[in-house]
Write a protein that binds this ligand. Sequence first.
Ligand code: 9YT
Length: 127
Amino acid sequence: MIVRKLEDILGSEREVKAETWESRRLVLKDDGMGHSLHDTIIKAGTETKIWYQNHLESVYCIEGEGSVELIDSGEVFEIRPGTVYILDKHDNHILRAKTQLRVVCAFTPPLKGSETHDENGVYPLLD
Ligand code: 9YT
């Protein structure tokens, strides 16, 4: 069994920071679970273009208010605590944080550790 605490991740290489978000990577590929699991902060008032062409992601909101807009259909979904959105079709989307959002994210395949978005909001596939 592996036990890890958020307090030990803060300030370590498992904490990855981007302009609009900070991702605390609780479970990574090397843990051998088949997914990675992140405790992620999305900064208030930001919008982030995301298109995970190489990954599936489930996102469970535990704090804050925001929305997700699907680029292809134009649909907008409100996000608040207790809402999960599941990117099962590699959906191209914009994530907007009205207030600071705290979300728990699971990625398949798992992230290796240091990935951050490229200019299209994509994570590369690292082996
Ligand atoms: C919800 C989302 O995808 N936010 C961007 C950061 C990412 N989830 C991460 O690496 O934690």
